[in-house]
Design a protein around this ligand. Structure first.
Ligand code: AMP
Ligand code: MG
Length: 400
């Protein structure tokens, strides 16, 4: 049986980044991935400027002790420039963000200054205080957003601070999602005896969207070879990645493997993990295919482990995997040696340490466990049962 890490490596070895990138207005770039290094063609801030509302002065005028009187010669708002040169004995009333006048090197916050008419009295202060230096944020020529950076709100703000109106970003992977199973029904429709509502498709759509993909929904396909075949071919023709749920186990109506063999190729389908052991991975034409398990938790987890890194690699992201760190297990956990097990966990920081407990029953059909969880507890292959107090790995959910 293939290990999780081997499966991830084998899958990712087949995945290339999507070309070509596209130019997109910065305002529409949230969640997109920068396709080339973004360099700054300017200093940010573009000039030395005041960090406070107060008075700019010549630094040599700072009194070493006691106070000193200075003459207020003009007033400067943000957005204006003082054309003259500030001389010894003078102060310029200045607002936050206004450029420092020539000659000035220090700004007094107005709160520590006493003003009478056209004069102020100032105490001692650190030389250069309250001045924001030209280029202290970004210097001309610096690589501000390296290729592969995901554009979060702060990256969009930085791009805007450089005056950029559009960015070259990678295309969003196109993902097709469909559910298999004669027993699954669309919510909003009548559920007959023996049927269940389709939860996987909506969960997968959400996961794919959150991972930056454009999703097309191909609905529910019954367990009929020809129907599944047609639907997979159609989905693959217009997508980079095709996701199905269900039908990959060893039941009589588990058709995904057979259909995949017919229309493309299977790489493997058994991964040493719990939940989620049956998974079919392969190709249909140019599209990557993932036949995810029907059990809802296994379905989401296999997306987390195999599909999301694939989508990230297609989009050219640098970090493909969720970060992982240690926490102390608050309860014993059953674990079989020889496979990697994933439990839904609640992680919190208490008494100076990270602690984690499970969400309760861990059946791979118990989807509410995912709603209580804020992390996945990862117990490695070589480990057996976990005792309370032992360290375990956790991967925060909803992080990457
Ligand atoms: P299967 O691998 O098709 O036998 O499915 C395994 C289990 O997952 C069965 O209990 C199915 O009823 C359930 N299942 C399959 N597809 C879905 C779905 N789209 N939503 C919720 N449960 C599903
Ligand atoms: Mg089925």
């Amino acid at each position: 049986m293939t290990t999780v890490s081997d499966a991830q490596a084998r899958i990712l070895a087949q995945v290339d980044a999507l070309a070509p990138p596209e130019l997109v207005p910065v305002g529409q770039c949230l969640g997109r991935v920068v396709a080339e290094d973004v360099r700054s063609s300017m200093d940010v801030p573009p000039t030395d400027n005041s960090a406070v509302d107060g008075y700019a002065i010549v630094s040599d005028d700072i009194p070493a002790t006691a106070r000193r009187d200075l003459e207020v010669i003009a007033e400067l708002a943000a957005g204006s420039v003082y054309e003259g040169v500030l001389r010894s004995g003078q102060a310029l009333r200045i607002m936050t963000g206004a450029p420092m006048p020539a000659g000035a090197g220090t700004v007094y916050p107005q709160e520590i200054v006493t003003r009478e008419g056209g004069r102020i009295s100032v105490p001692t202060i650190e030389r250069g205080a309250n001045v924001r230096e030209r280029g202290e944020d970004v210097k001309t020529g610096a690589v501000v957003l390296p290729a592969g950076t995901v554009l979060r709100p702060q990256e969009l703000g930085v791009a805007a601070s450089l005056g950029l109106a559009q960015l070259l970003v990678s295309q969003r992977p196109r993902v097709a999602v469909l559910s298999t199973g004669d027993e699954v029904v669309e919510p909003g429709f009548e559920r007959k005896p023996g049927q269940i509502y389709d939860s996987n498709r909506l969960a997968l759509r959400g996961l794919a969207q959150a991972a930056g993909a454009q999703v097309t929904d191909h609905g529910i396909v019954p367990d009929i070879f020809e129907e599944l075949r047609q639907n997979l071919l159609e989905a693959a023709a217009t997508s980079d990645v095709v996701l199905t749920s269900g039908g990959v186990s060893v039941g009589d109506y588990d058709l995904v493997k057979a259909v995949l063999q017919d229309v493309g190729g299977i790489d493997f389908w058994q991964v040493a993990m719990q939940p989620g052991r049956p998974i079919a991975v392969g190709r249909i034409g140019a599209a990557h295919f993932f036949g995810l398990p029907g059990n809802p938790v296994a379905c989401m987890l296999t997306f987390h482990l195999f599909v999301r890194p694939t989508l990230y690699k297609i989009a050219g992201r640098r970090e493909l995997f969720a970060p992982r760190f240690h926490a102390v297990a608050l309860e014993p956990m059953r674990k079989k040696v020889g496979r990697r097990e994933f439990k839904r966990g609640i992680l919190r920081y208490t008494d100076d340490r990270w602690e984690v407990e499970t969400t309760g029953p861990q059946g791979s059909g118990i989807l509410t466990s995912m709603t209580y969880a804020n992390c996945v507890i990862v117990v490695e292959e070589e480990r057996g049962n976990v005792a309370a107090g032992e360290r375990v790995w956790v991967e925060p959910l909803g992080w990457a």
